[in-house]
Ligand binder design. Structure first.
Ligand code: MG
Ligand code: MG
Ligand code: MG
Length: 306
């Protein structure tokens, strides 16, 4: 039976590509291992894998009894429901340490950088293993995606340095053009059911017993969602009721304007006002300069709700 490596629920490009790359590296280090993902590929990840001719990992939702590595998360709420019955061999991530625990010592690579693939690329170097061209390409895209083409507050010099190395290996020299091409694919909303858009890049959090959900749509232009904004607002109200959450947010992030329109469904609007210094009007608030859920949204909510 092979070990499985997988990222968070509602997998994004980093979760998928870091799983593929870590499986490749570990295989070359002699492990019997395969990448997996907890759900279907999103349009951006589909584009990235097709561009570099890399096969999609298998969708696996049950992990009981399996040896596993986690990438791009260490929160139980973002892991499979049966994770407690799996044997966690390691975690490779770039988020705050979550609530996953283990019965055994584990291999941990958790760095404060913009993308898990930055860590995985550094692991190749550490172990002296050459990064294949196709894997370099998908890791490069994951870093451009997670750091919003180096514009996000989460981006570090390590991310930029690793990208420069990866771009040499895969032969992609115009990173801005590649990034914009990817974000255009990511921005497409036409023909997609509203709930699918809310869940496209969505995470649940447990903040001191209060359920909080936060989705994000990264758009090359906010006007792309003008025609469906009212439906999105209604849907997060419904979703909040279905989940019994305290708060459900949807970040409509304009990557060119570098700001986020926050759609808010909450039991307590004053929490939003205190966290972000802006009072929502009709369930919406414009947050200039805010692009990162991880660094600019979640910690401030946790401070208010913790
Ligand atoms: Mg992710
Ligand atoms: Mg990531
Ligand atoms: Mg992201």
């Amino acid at each position: 039976m092979s070990t499985l490596v997988f990222g968070h629920k509602n997998p994004d490009t980093d979760s998928v590509c870091a799983a593929i790359a870590l499986a490749d590296l570990k295989k070359k280090l002699g492990e019997n291992i395969a990448p997996a993902m907890q759900g279907a590929l999103n349009p951006e990840s589909t584009f990235v894998l097709e561009k570099f001719g890399v096969a999609a990992p298998e969708v696996v939702t049950a992990y009981a009894g399996k040896d596993v590595y986690l990438v791009d998360h260490s929160d139980l709420s973002q892991s499979p429901d049966d994770l407690g019955e799996a044997n966690i061999l390691g975690i490779v991530d770039h988020h705050k340490l979550g609530d996953v625990t283990t019965g055994q010592p584990l291999e941990c690579w958790i760095w404060p950088v913009g993308c898990t693939c930055t860590v995985v690329a550094s692991m190749y170097k550490y172990f002296g293993i050459e990064i294949p061209k196709d894997i370099a390409g998908i890791m490069l895209c994951a870093i451009l995606s997670d750091t919003v083409i180096f514009k996000s507050a989460t981006c570090t010099d390590s991310d930029k340095k690793v990208c420069a190395e990866l771009s040499e290996i895969c032969g992609e020299s115009d990173l801005d053009a590649l990034g914009i091409e990817m974000f255009k694919v990511k921005s497409a909303v036409e023909g997609t059911p509203i709930r699918e858009l809310v869940f496209r890049d969505y995470k649940d959090f447990n903040m001191n017993g209060k359920g909080v959900g936060c989705g994000q749509l990264e758009l090359v232009d906010l006007s792309i969602v003008d025609g469906i904004k009212a439906d999105l607002e209604k849907d997060i109200v419904d979703l909040k009721a279905e989940k019994g959450h305290h708060t459900v947010l949807l970040m409509l992030t304009d990557i060119m304007q570098e700001g986020t329109e926050l759609l808010v469904a909450t039991d307590d609007e004053s929490v939003i006002e205190k966290a972000f210094g802006v009072k929502p009007v009709d369930g919406k608030a414009w947050l200039p300069g805010i692009m990162s859920r991880k660094k600019q949204i979640i910690p401030f909510l946790e401070k208010e709700l913790g």
